[in-house]
Design a protein around this ligand. Structure first.
Ligand code: GAR
Length: 220
């Protein structure tokens, strides 16, 4: 079946960023979105460099993906930190050591604190498998199926303290089929995530010129 899909803003209308961005990826699991971002960079579609991957999960498959690509991957196990703030302080330290300018949460399953947001104001992005503000939190695909919506999708947004909230950067719509299971629907949502996230990052890099120059801020 030829399913329609809609991704917005229009990919063809996203301007070229003035300069490449330095990305730090936060991932807790599989890392297919890390891979999609790395592939977009390789293909010349996203002018960026992934300086470091940080994971909180010793079992995360993203560690192997990063190793295969020769990208440093740092394990910061949340169980070893007394608070969310302490974990975020360690994350900020690693990000700054690698000169990271943009924090890309790709399947990062921890709530963030003001410690991270203050270090990277307006520069922390998250991906969620629903059309926010619908179906926040865990099991977003199950929630959408249970609700009987006919269209769901995925969202990239700037991160705020509240989970799966914050200004929306880009969204892709995915039709729900009558025969869909969580697995089949999630497979189609992930295919759109892999298109959407590189485009949304490109859009943020292009718009980033209006933010305070990061390198200046960092060295103040
Ligand atoms: C993605 O589907 C992303 O939308 C979701 O985690 C998955 C990570 O997949 N994030 C959230 O649910 C955040 N609330 P990946 O590890 O294969 O990139």
């Amino acid at each position: 079946m030829n399913l329609p899909s809609l991704l917005w803003p229009d990919p063809d209308a996203i301007p070229a960023p003035p300069q490449p961005g330095i990305l730090g990826i936060l991932a807790s699991g599989n890392g297919s979105n890390f891979e999609a971002i790395a592939q977009a960079i390789e293909a010349g579609e996203l002018p960026a460099h992934i300086a470091v991957v940080i994971t909180n999960n010793p079992e995360a498959y993203v560690r192997q993906r990063a190793q295969r690509r020769g990208i440093p991957c740092v394990l910061l196990n949340h169980r070893e930190y007394p608070s969310r703030e302490a974990l975020d302080a360690a994350i900020v330290q690693v990000l700054q050591q690698h000169q990271v300018e943009w924090v890309i949460m790709a399947g990062w399953m921890r709530l963030v604190t003001q410690v991270l947001l203050s270090a990277y104001p307006e520069r922390v992005l998250n991906l969620h498998p629903s059309l926010l503000p619908s179906f926040k939190g865990l099991r977003a695909v199950e929630q959408a199926l249970a609700c009987g919506v006919k269209i769901t999708g995925c969202t990239v947004h700037r991160v705020t303290l509240e989970m799966d909230s914050g200004p929306i950067v880009a969204q892709a719509a995915v039709p729900v089929l009558p025969e869909d299971t969580v697995e089949s629907l999630y497979r189609r949502i992930q295919a759109q995530e892999h298109r959407l996230y590189p485009l949304a990052i490109r859009l943020c890099l292009a718009e980033g010129s209006r933010l305070p120059k990061f390198s200046e801020k960092r060295h103040n």
